[in-house]
Each structure stands twice: as C-alpha cells, then as structure tokens.
Design a binder for this molecule. Structure first.
Ligand code: ATP
Ligand code: MG
Length: 343
C-alpha cells in the first residue's frame, strides 16, 4: 500500500529543479470516459509536470485497444471525450503533445525489435497482462494481448521519456519497458533512455464495488464528466461493510477506506484524519459525495464549456500527431542505424 501522503506533491525534486532535462510520456486507452481514478492516479501529476515546464506527450492508445478486444468500439467517440477530459483537467495543447497511436506508424514499427528482446515466459508471468485479460471479461482474448507490454514500451521509449506518471497497475509494464531499453542498448549500443514511473498518492483507487481497481471497462467508475446527481447515486451504491464505526484500514475494510481516501484526496487531508471526523456510514457517503462534487465542479464546468467547440478536438490531435510522427521517424532512424538492418 502507498505511503505517499494524500496531499503531497509528487513531482520529484530532481525534475522540479531541472524540468528542461525531463520528458513526460503517458496516456490512456480510448475505451470510455476518464474517471476520478485517472485524475488522482495520473492526470494530476501530468498537469503538474507540464506546468513545471516538462516537455509532455500524451498518447491516446487507440491502436492498442485491439490487444484485449477484437472490436474497438466507437474509437472516435471515446477519443473525443478523452480529449475533453484532458483539457478540462488542465492539459494544455500548447504545452503537451496529444496524439493517437494509430497515426504514428514509425512508433508501431518498434514493436517487432522490442518483442525480440523479451521471452514468452516473461510475458506469461506479467501480472498486468493477467489482470487485463480478467478485466476484458471474455472467455478468451487474442494473441495480441502478449504484445501489449512491448507496445507500451514503444510508446514510452520512442520519445525518450524520462518520467511516466501511472497507476500501480502499470508498474509491471514499466519494469518491462526499462528491461527492453537496457537490453536494446546492451545489444545494439545506446539508443534508448531508461524511464522511471511516477506514482501518485492514489496509485490504485478502487471502484464503487469497493473491491477492484476503478476501471473504464469494469462498470465501477465515477466519470470525471458525471453530473453531481450521478456521482451521488454512484457513491450511495458504493459497497462498504456492516461495521458502523468508521476507521481507515485498507487491508480489511477496502470499501470504507477507499471512500475515506477519496475524501482525503478531494479535501487535502489524510484518510485517518477524515475517519476521525465522521460519525458513521451515512455520514461517510454524504461527506464523500459533497467532497467529490465540490472538488470536481470547476473541472466539470470547464468541460461543459469546452464541449461547445467540438472542432477544436480534431485540430489538437492533428497537430499532436504531426509532432509525434516527427519524433518517431527520428527514433526509427536511430534504431535502424543501431541495428544495421532495414534500408
Ligand atoms: P481499461 O478498463 O480500458 O483498462 P482503465 O480505467 O484501466 O481502462 P487505462 O486507460 O488502462 O484506464 O489507464 C490509463 C492510466 O490511468 C494508467 O496509467 C493507469 O495506471 C491509470 N489508472 C487507471 N485506473 C486507475 C485507478 N483506478 N487508480 C489509479 N490510476 C489508475
Ligand atoms: Mg487499464
């Protein structure tokens, strides 16, 4: 479990003192609207890094959606909604490059050399791959699932990212990315930067089921764009437990503790401190609803305003894709030279 204080800024000192030497890459899969787990797990750190002056890239991993589902439904609709979520959360297209995976073919060409550097056993035991198969809620997924971590390594390494703000579900992928970068450099000479993950104080916010990670695909999420009423309904339905006394104990009382953490994140308090101020289960849910709705009200208002200009989303992605293609072409050239292969 995390030991990062709820209200702690998580931009490391080494980046804060020399933001010009860092580059951030992170992203999301267009499988639905972003939720408050994304916000506290990754989005808030992205905005902080961007605002510190770190060159930032955000990938919308549309091509990768195919890896755990055969049909990527309504990709363009999801991409549109996610860009609105980004903008409302404070990601600025002037300072961050927002691009879509499928529009950058040179990035995707890194997949084969990267897969050649990992064993099938390493892919088999990757816990995130197992989790994603379970989350896909299907009898079987295609062989593409095994390419997921190497694909993600390509997303991160193609732009020489040094820092990757993620939730803890992504740590095994990050570790494999670091391994791929090291192995490539050992085999072919130094081409890639070895990146570091950046966790937030909420590296795994649970869903309203009180049990599993809040996820777009699990139907347990509170969307950033939910209305105040929808939020109230979802929190009211949140699974807690029968003990009326409120205390913070994530191992034994995950549902209650998750709501306490959420209140803490929204109000800048530690969850233990929040627990002491509450009188019982009804108070917990009421306070949580108020805290979430108050915290996200400005973001939601901005999002509604932004939605009035749908054309801007296309412009932002077109510009981002152009920049990402330039970076990826340059990286692929370096890779080809290092490997001594391809024309
Ligand atoms: P899906 O169900 O389609 O996998 P998701 O909700 O897991 O969707 P992703 O697009 O896979 O979202 O994840 C995007 C980023 O957000 C990743 O860095 C991931 O670690 C982070 N993230 C996702 N859910 C949470 C969560 N509940 N708490 C903290 N971070 C999260
Ligand atoms: Mg996921």
């Amino acid at each position: 479990m995390t030991t990062i204080a709820t209200n702690q800024l998580t931009v490391p000192d080494e980046i804060r003192s020399r933001p010009g030497t860092a580059r951030m890459l992170t992203g999301d899969r267009p499988t639905g609207k972003l939720h408050i787990g994304h916000y506290f797990g990754s989005l808030r750190n992205r905005v902080r890094l961007q605002n510190q002056g770190v060159d930032s890239l955000v990938v919308i991993a549309d091509y990768q959606v195919l890896t755990d589902r055969d049909i990527a439904a309504d990709l363009s609709g999801h991409i549109h909604e996610i860009v609105l979520d980004y903008l409302a959360a404070g990601i600025s297209p002037q300072r961050s490059t927002i691009f879509t995976h499928s529009a950058v073919p040179a990035l995707n060409q890194l997949l084969l050399p990267f897969l050649s550097l990992v064993s099938t056993a390493e892919l088999d035991r990757n816990p995130t791959v197992k989790e994603e198969i379970a989350a896909a809620r299907r009898a079987s997924v295609s062989g593409l699932i095994y390419t997921y971590p190497a694909h993600q390594a390509a997303d991160i390494l193609f732009c020489d990212a040094t820092v990757v703000p993620v939730g803890d579900d992504q740590l095994p992928h990050l570790e494999l990315t670091r391994t791929i970068a090291r192995r490539f450099n050992d085999r072919y000479g130094k081409v890639f930067t070895v990146p570091k993950p950046l966790l937030s104080p909420a590296p795994r916010l649970l869903g309203v089921d009180g049990r599993t990670k809040m996820s777009k695909s699990r139907g347990n999420a509170i969307a950033l764009s939910a209305t105040a009423d929808e939020t109230a309904r979802l929190i009211k339905s949140a699974v807690t437990d029968a003990d009326r006394h409120i205390n913070y104990d994530p191992a034994n009382r995950p549902g209650v503790s998750n709501l306490l953490l959420l209140i803490g994140l929204c109000t800048g308090q530690e969850p233990e401190q929040v627990a002491e101020s509450l009188s019982g289960a009804a108070d917990l849910k009421r306070t949580c609803t108020e805290a979430v709705n108050e915290f996200f009200a400005p973001l939601r208002r901005r999002r509604r305003e932004l939605a009035a200009d749908p054309a801007q989303v296309g412009r932002i992605i077109t510009e981002g894709n152009t920049r990402a293609r330039t970076i990826a072409d340059d990286t692929l050239d370096r890779v080809r030279r290092a490997m001594g292969t391809f024309a």
